[in-house]
Write a protein that binds this ligand. Structure first.
Ligand code: FAS
Ligand code: PHB
Length: 388
């Protein structure tokens, strides 16, 4: 098989890049290790920045999001038994976010791809990248016991944190920066009405709590748990009780409980790989960087990489210039590190970091300062909606 761009991974980064390339008439193929059902079964992100929603529309996959997505103009911070609303729309000159699940976004992108020309190979095993420092790289994989080869001009490594692309960059060239948090998020998805119309971030002495949603009838809640916690040790009743315990009374009494559609624990990690390109290989999304979900940046960073990488390929194929591709990594990393900072900062601000009472007093003082200052509220707002 021959194509112009071989994309490894059919998550948001790979699908968005594939759709943008397809609409520009640039040949591409997606090679994916899992199957469609597995990918759609992963419950992940929920908050889309305006850059991401614009990109989904540009990719021709924004119709259902525009119908079903919930446009939010602010969110609420609970701490010291009081609520402070951050009106990020007012503070950022009109910018909003859209609550629309990653599962739905992924399904919409898969649907438009299936209606188009270019294929996705599911169940591709033992994927390997070859000759990435040449102009004739290729990908091999096995499917149904047969070995396959795809010759291409470029490889886009969109295969997530545990994929094969990042390790293809030689260790002597790769610089990896990592911080693993000593806690995780226990999340529940349930068909119950959300406790509030907007997302709620809570700082409680027993740990972080987050109230989000996927629609007006489907809620997504998280509580911070120790890193060695096992989801099987949490009954649904125990989850609902802990959630209400960490919320102020006026909110706790409004929580509607119900059976879990999904319950899982996600570890929290900050991670960046530099550079994000090596010869004809370009990393995009979680293959290059991971953020703790406290800043709702993971999916949005993946979309930003896909947009920037598409612009590079577009310049190369349609205008015969490699300059934009050559600048892909430094330009992405500038944006990535600012999102890493915000995600780390929001995590440090809202989570129980240790048992030292001093840590909690400092967090409370910082939250008091930030929410009592126009500059403080603006810095939260402009980072949450996404920096230009
Ligand atoms: P993805 O991991 O989504 O996709 C990579 C794809 O590559 C997968 O389909 C995988 O099967 C495939 N793949 C892997 N190895 C391969 C190989 N060798 N060959 C071929 N294919 C291969 N972000 C938020 O903003 N908010 C959240 O609340 C949030 N919650 C999360 C919870 C969890 C448990 C996880 C893991 C992540 C969460 N994220 C969240 C971040 C998440 O949304 C990612 O940022 C987003 O999925 C990134 O998309 P991709 O880069 O496309 O990577
Ligand atoms: C979600 O809706 O899943 C969500 C919302 C905000 C976050 C993280 C996750 O910061």
């Amino acid at each position: 098989m021959k194509t112009q761009v071989a994309i490894i991974g059919s998550g948001p980064a790979g699908l968005l890049l594939g759709q943008l390339l397809s609409k520009a008439g640039i040949d591409n193929i997606i090679i994916e290790a899992q199957d469609k059902e597995y990918i759609l079964g992963r419950i992940r992100a929920g908050v889309l920045e305006h850059v991401t929603t614009d990109l989904l529309r540009q990719a021709g996959a924004g119709e259902r999001m525009d119908k079903e997505g919930l446009v939010h103009q602010g969110f609420n911070l609970y701490f010291n038994n009081r609520c402070e609303r951050i009106d990020f729309c007012k503070l950022t000159g009109g910018k909003t976010v859209t609550v629309y699940g990653q599962t739905e976004l992924t399904k919409d992108l898969m649907d438009v791809r299936e209606a188009g020309t270019y294929q996705t190979i599911y169940h591709a095993k033992n994927v390997e990248l070859h000759d990435v420092t040449t102009n004739t790289p290729f990908v091999t994989y096995q499917k149904n016991g047969e070995q396959h080869r795809v010759d291409c001009d470029f490889i886009a490594g969109c295969d997530g944190f545990h994929g094969v692309s990042r390790p293809t960059i030689p260790p002597e060239i790769r610089n990896e920066y990592e911080y693993a948090y000593p806690f995780g998020w226990l999340g529940i998805l349930a068909d119950v009405p959300p406790v509030d119309e907007e997302v709620v971030y809570g700082h409680h002495e027993d740990g972080f709590v987050l109230c989000s949603m996927r629609s007006k009838t489907r809620s997504r809640y998280y509580v911070q748990v120790p890193i060695d916690e096992k989801v099987e040790d949490w009954s649904e009743e125990r989850f609902w009780n802990e959630l209400k315990h960490r919320l102020p009374d006026e909110l706790a009494e409004k929580v509607v409980t119900g059976p879990a559609l999904e319950m899982s624990i996600a570890p929290l990690r900050s991670f960046v790989c530099e550079p994000m390109q090596h010869g004809s290989l370009f990393l995009a999304g979680d293959s290059a960087h991971i953020v703790p979900p406290t800043g709702a940046k993971g999916l949005n960073l993946a979309a930003g990489d896909a947009k920037r990488l598409f612009e590079g390929f577009e310049q190369f194929y349609l205008h015969n210039s490699r300059a934009s591709l050559n600048n892909y990594s430094p330009e992405c990393l500038d944006r990535v590190w600012k999102a890493e900072r915000f995600s780390w900062w929001m995590t440090s601000l809202f989570h129980k970091l240790d048992d030292n009472p001093f840590s909690r007093k400092i967090q409370q003082a910082e939250l008091e300062y930030l929410t009592g200052s126009e500059a403080g509220k603006t810095t939260i707002a402009e980072n949450f909606v996404g920096l230009d």
